[in-house]
Design a protein around this ligand. Structure first.
Ligand SMILES: [Fe+2]
Ligand SMILES: [Fe+2]
Length: 286
């Protein structure tokens, strides 16, 4: 049977609380089962897998995927969120006690990022050696070729500029890499989806307190990222971080916020690629 359509599932922000969080793990098992039963060929998870930035908790995610036979490069793609890389309490403790100038925090962040990429390499670049962001995954199906362009938006903790570790930033090096002809050639003639953790849009509420906190979780150079994605002819962008299930448009590109599994573990975003409309999206409640 030819696959005229390709079905993709996206969810985000699991914030798993570790191996003892049996209820969450039960929900995750149910969600993965529903996604597979609904005929999705690939799953994208846009970060904040765990709450603690603890590799022991990353292992819980790995185990859950392995249990369902989904721990494979062509079945799942995931990226880290700020909660996977930054332990806020530890950063603040170190800042208060040891290192107010903070030379170590960038180093600590890079080390953690390397550790995460190595740990989940099978689901990321699929390569053994250390590689970083951005990276591209080209998945060829019989009638559809899908290119995922993965960008890191998580930035190290800073006491003033990034007080919750939740503010996003894409480094100049990533933009430079995205602009190379190598990337252009790799994704040519495919359905292109840009994937990152931080929200392009953070919808403020009328509450002044909410508005005051918006900046602490914003993606600082989101417009630059949108321009880079437009240059790559991205058909769609997927993100998480801001825990609401949303579909919106910016600069003519459809953007999907995968919401939060932690808020609603029975909902995921389904993207169908192919046909005259090229790509459609809806949220599925299981
Ligand atoms: Fe989150
Ligand atoms: Fe986040």
């Amino acid at each position: 049977m030819t696959e005229k359509y390709l079905k993709l599932a996206h969810f985000s922000d699991l914030h798993l609380a570790g191996r003892t969080a049996r209820r969450q793990l039960g929900y995750l098992d149910e969600l993965l089962t529903a996604i597979v039963n609904n005929g999705c060929s690939h799953i994208v998870i846009t970060g904040d897998l765990v709450n603690s930035a603890n590799p022991a908790d990353w292992q819980v995610v790995k185990d859950a995927l392995q249990k369902k036979g989904l721990y494979a490069w062509d079945k799942v793609t995931l990226i880290p969120g700020n909660h996977d890389l930054i332990n806020l309490e530890e950063e603040i403790r170190l800042y208060n006690s040891l290192n107010p100038l903070g030379n170590g925090r960038k180093k600590r962040f890079r080390r953690k990022m390397r550790e995460f990429c190595r740990f989940f390499s099978e689901l990321m670049t699929g390569e053994e050696q250390d590689t970083g962001f951005p990276f591209i995954k080209v998945l060829k199906y019989s009638d559809v070729t899908l290119s995922l362009v993965l960008v890191n938006t998580v930035s190290h903790w800073m006491n003033i500029e990034n007080p919750l570790g939740a503010r996003g930033y894409v480094s100049p090096g990533e933009f430079k890499a995205l602009a190379t002809s190598q990337v252009q050639n790799a994704i040519k003639d495919s359905f292109v989806i840009g994937v990152f953790h931080h929200a392009y849009n953070i919808y403020g509420t009328d509450s002044l307190i909410d508005q005051a906190f918006d900046w602490t979780m914003e993606l600082r150079n989101r417009r630059e990222l949108l321009v880079a994605m437009k240059k790559l002819n991205a058909d769609m962008l997927l993100h998480g971080h801001f825990h609401r299930f949303q579909a919106y448009t910016a600069g003519g590109i459809r953007i999907i916020n995968g919401g939060s599994f932690n808020v609603n573990p029975r909902r995921y975003s389904e993207i169908v690629i192919g046909g005259a409309e090229r790509g459609t999206q809806r949220f599925v409640d299981i």
